[in-house]
Design a protein around this ligand. Structure first.
Ligand SMILES: Nc1ncnc2c1ncn2[C@@H]1O[C@H](COP(=O)(O)OP(=O)(O)OP(=O)(O)O)[C@@H](O)[C@H]1O
Length: 568
């Protein structure tokens, strides 16, 4: 039985032959190299003798015991040969696979390599002993850090929490999207997320179910393990149904809720109606005014309300009953990448709307934030559709490349429009081309994205009813005065009322910042605004990549804030 068929190629098996085993080292060549970031020529797993690990853990002494989970005990150890500190997981002997199967699965696990996964260093299959050796992660579990923070450590602030959520999402996204076939985690929870000294999250315990028993009594012995952990398991899974990547997304949503609230997924010390975190949170999801009340009191209200709204929106999407309604982890990851940015005082973080593969995420976020407008393929032009399609997943590389080129061209066109926002009319194609030539694409600096960056909203198109207002225009725009943002819609209101509403709305928009986003790939949009670092970001709104503008009206959203719209 192969855990990851693509890794279990004859070539891989060959590479674990006795020759290399004699060298006490197994070298594997990855058959699939997902993208440059994850490319690694080979993966090296060390094979340990039982004696080596006994020495490392002082003969598995109690004082070295880190804890015991569903698969066995975990000891802290120091490898004599290298001095490396490791965590040695001694798997329960009960029902384990034979040597060969074990080795196959372990070699597959050894190929998984991501900064947000605990790295498997090596293993031991000596007689009936099966042990796994991992990097030791010194900061404890996320659960402990949330529930019993160390006295010498500051409580985690909001940004740290979002950064942890973002890191965990990255690890999960790697398992779901970068490994072929996808690895379903099955048991994602706060106690399976370890933090290093810098609070970088690392997922552990993934893929271990494949090392356990297969059928009958043996299966029963680990049934609780196989069924995940109550409070975190998706409803369809606990009902004995299908396990999919969306089950992991549910568990991730629970972890995100724990980060927001500081509560446990399941807390039997609380009153009945508060014991299950998701059940407790469901009614609150429907009442945004109550969001601030659900935040961990230890944060002492130090969080951005917009960031909170969006974080709750993401969590509520993840824990939906219907698996298909849950977002892709890649979209969750993108949204969190923005929420996890450190922000300057008073400037909340928000998510640019065209970053998602699946429009449901942008629609959900825009419902929770009156300043965000989500795209709708129904009303978008062909070009627009290519940049907002939810089908990018399934497109071939060629299609992706074509879409990417289209997107790039479109953005360049829109940039050239923005460049001429000084009042000159630059709508002619000739001028666009000229502008494109004179403006090489701006570089993406992924590393430097967090600090002081503010996200430039991509105002786009929407066909979503928000109370009485209904958007219908195909374009987004920047007003002549450069200060207000408008998008077209059909107003139910008398147009005579508009000037006053416009005034009010423009005020509402003055807190929209210049934004600068640095993340991109084929499915993400990039907005740069290099000239907006003046420090006056709160005062002025700049919207790039706009098309046309004729003002029509405004509408109010759930929160009572109204947006101003124009129509071409
Ligand atoms: N790589 C590691 N570095 C440091 N500590 C670790 C490491 N792996 C596991 N631990 C610690 O060992 C203990 C037992 O871990 P294990 O994953 O076996 O069980 P668990 O997560 O407590 O339970 P479950 O099996 O239900 O997931 C936990 O406290 C965990 O924090």
């Amino acid at each position: 039985m192969h855990c990851f068929p693509c890794f279990s190629t004859p070539r891989n098996k060959k590479s674990s032959s006795s020759d290399e085993a004699n060298n006490n080292e197994v070298k594997l060549h990855e058959r699939r190299q997902p993208d440059e970031a994850e490319q690694s020529e080979e993966t090296t797993l060390k094979i340990f003798s039982f004696r080596e690990l006994a020495t490392a853990t002082k003969n598995f002494r109690q004082e070295c015991l880190l804890g015991e989970g569903g698969f066995g005990r975990v000891y802290k150890g120091t490898l004599k040969s290298t001095g490396q500190v490791v965590a040695v997981k001694q798997l329960d002997k009960h029902g384990l696979h034979g040597n060969k199967e074990f080795q196959t699965e372990v070699l597959s696990l050894g190929q998984l390599d991501h900064p947000n996964l605990v790295k498997l260093v090596g293993y031991c299959a000596d007689g009936d002993q099966r042990l796994l050796v991992y990097d030791y992660i010194s900061g404890g579990t996320l659960e402990d850090n949330l529930q019993e923070p160390k006295p010498d450590r500051q409580p985690m602030d909001w940004t740290m929490r979002m950064q942890i959520a973002y890191g965990a999402a990255q690890g999960l996204e790697y398992l779901h999207d970068k490994v072929d076939p996808p690895v379903i985690y099955r048991d994602l929870k706060a106690s399976n997320i370890l933090l290093d000294d810098d609070l970088c999250p690392k997922l552990c315990d993934f893929g271990l179910h494949k090392l356990g028993p297969g059928t009958g009594d043996k299966m029963m012995a680990l049934s609780s393990r196989v069924m995940g952990t109550y409070g975190y398991s998706a409803p369809e899974y606990t009902r004995g149904g299908t396990l999919t990547t969306k089950s992991d997304v549910y568990s991730f949503g629970v972890v995100l809720l724990e980060l927001i609230t500081g509560r446990k997924a399941l807390d039997t010390t609380k009153p009945n109606d508060e014991q299950n975190l998701v059940s407790w949170a469901q009614p609150i999801f429907r009442d945004p005014k109550r969001y601030p009340d659900m935040v961990d009191p230890i944060l002492k209200k130090k969080f951005s309300e917009r960031g909170l709204n969006q974080a709750v929106a993401i969590a509520s999407m993840c824990v939906q009953e219907e698996p298909t309604a849950r977002p892709l982890i890649s979209d969750v990851m993108v949204a969190l990448s923005f929420l996890s940015m450190s922000t300057e005082d008073g400037i909340p973080t928000a998510v640019p709307m065209l970053s998602f593969k699946d429009k449901s995420m942008s629609i959900a976020l825009s419902r929770h934030d009156s300043n965000l407008v989500s795209p709708t393929p129904e009303v978008a032009t062909e070009d627009d559709k290519s940049s907002t399609s939810s089908d990018e997943d399934s497109s071939t590389d060629n299609e992706k490349e074509m879409m990417s080129k289209k997107k790039k061209k479109k953005l360049e066109e829109e940039d050239s429009l923005t460049e001429s926002d000084d009042g000159s009319d630059s709508n002619s194609d000739d001028e666009h081309e000229k502008d494109q030539e004179s403006q090489p694409p701006k570089p993406v600096d992924e590393k430097n994205q967090a600090q002081s960056l503010k996200i430039k909203y991509r105002y786009s198109w929407e066909d979503v009813d928000i109370n009485e207002g209904r958007l219908s225009s195909k374009s987004s725009q920047k007003s002549n005065d450069g200060g207000s943002i408008s998008s077209g819609y059909e107003s139910n209101k008398d147009h005579d009322d508009l000037p006053k509403e416009k005034e009010e709305k423009e005020e509402d928009h003055t807190h929209l910042e210049h934004m600068q986003s640095s993340k991109t790939d084929d499915s993400q949009s990039v907005y740069f605004d290099d000239d907006d670092d003046s420090g006056d970001d709160n005062e002025e709104v700049s919207l790039h990549r706009v098309k046309s503008e004729v003002e029509v009206g405004s509408f109010e959203d759930d929160s009572g804030a109204s947006l101003h719209h124009t129509e071409s």
